[in-house]
Design a protein around this ligand. Structure first.
Ligand code: MG
Length: 303
């Protein structure tokens, strides 16, 4: 039994192979990407964001996405998704047979303009295209709203604005949405405010939290979200990644740190921590510098 007040089970989506690698300085080869995804596929993780189908000019690290996707050993128990920015990306994702696609926008125009060249409202055309292509192919679509807990250009983001963008995505047919703390500005207080607003004003949405540990609040934010009943989180093995558009925004929360904490709270994830740490060592072998994951370095509290 998990402790009272927390979900008994949590779904983790591993985003290291996509969000992690695309933000790393080291150029990661196809063979290493495949080795990492195959290792992650054998850890019990239920969901892996494996690749993104984006312009290689925009994100050079994902230029080989088709090759990677074609050669990984797919575990039938794992749901593999791809991040896509537009119709073209969705068409590729549908053609190669991913299990799901993730389409994104942001809570703030400044960030979205920098990241994608269009305002949030204008990005809805692309969202609509992605939903149309994916729906025709029978592939589920989830959304991401970046800068949901703060924006490097606009500062604090009012929770009402996050609700507004959420409602726009709902209007496009998206009912599972990931809230990105893109540059690590989230704190338990911000997380509580945003989740409370969403639960009150968009209760039909399934919430996923995508936290970064840029300023050391990553797992505190997870705990806050757990207390509010959220049971779906993104994390990146070893804490790989950040945002290439936000200087210094390194580090999604580390998957093994998350699993380690949840294990001790008797919250089930289905993930084998030792196997996950082994996958983290693979990531460390091709990443420049030390990965920020803490359990990767220190090991579990009882080992
Ligand atoms: Mg991220």
């Amino acid at each position: 039994m998990s402790q009272a007040g927390y979900p008994s089970e949590v779904i983790i989506r591993e985003v290291g192979p996509r969000d992690g690698i695309q933000s790393e300085k080291a150029e990661v080869g196809v063979a290493d990407k495949i080795r990492l995804i195959d290792a992650l596929s054998a850890t019990g993780l239920p969901r892996i964001e494996a690749v993104s189908f984006v312009s290689p000019k925009a994100i050079p690290q994902m230029a080989d996405a088709r090759e990677v996707w074609a050669e990984i050993r797919r575990n039938p128990d794992v749901f593999y998704s791809a991040l896509v920015p537009n119709r073209k990306g969705a068409e590729i994702a549908a053609a190669v047979g991913v299990d799901g696609v993730q389409v994104f926008t942001a809570a703030t125009d400044s960030y979205n303009l920098k990241n994608t060249g269009v305002t949030v409202e204008d990005s809805l055309t692309r969202v609509r295209d992605v939903v149309a292509v994916a729906t025709a192919a029978g592939i589920p679509v989830e959304g991401t709203i970046s800068t949901a807990f703060g924006c490097p250009y606009e500062g604090d983001v009012p929770p009402g604005r996050v609700v507004q963008v959420t409602r726009w995505l709902i209007d496009e047919g998206i009912t599972t949405i990931s809230y990105g703390d893109t540059t690590g500005m989230g704190t338990p207080r911000r997380v509580r405010d945003v989740i409370a607003a969403l639960q009150a004003e968009a209760p039909e949405v399934t919430l996923n939290m995508h936290f970064h540990d840029t300023r050391g609040t990553g797992l505190a934010n997870v705990l806050t979200a757990l207390e509010m009943g959220v049971d779906y989180f993104d994390a990146s093995v070893g804490g790989m990644g950040g945002s290439p558009y936000a200087e210094g925004a390194t580090g999604n929360i580390a998957t093994e740190d998350l699993v380690h904490m949840l294990d001790d709270m008797d919250i089930s994830t289905g993930v084998d921590l030792q196997a996950l740490i082994a996958a983290g060592r693979i990531a460390q072998s091709f990443i420049e510098g030390d990965l920020p994951g803490k359990v990767l370095k220190a090991g579990p509290r009882l080992s």
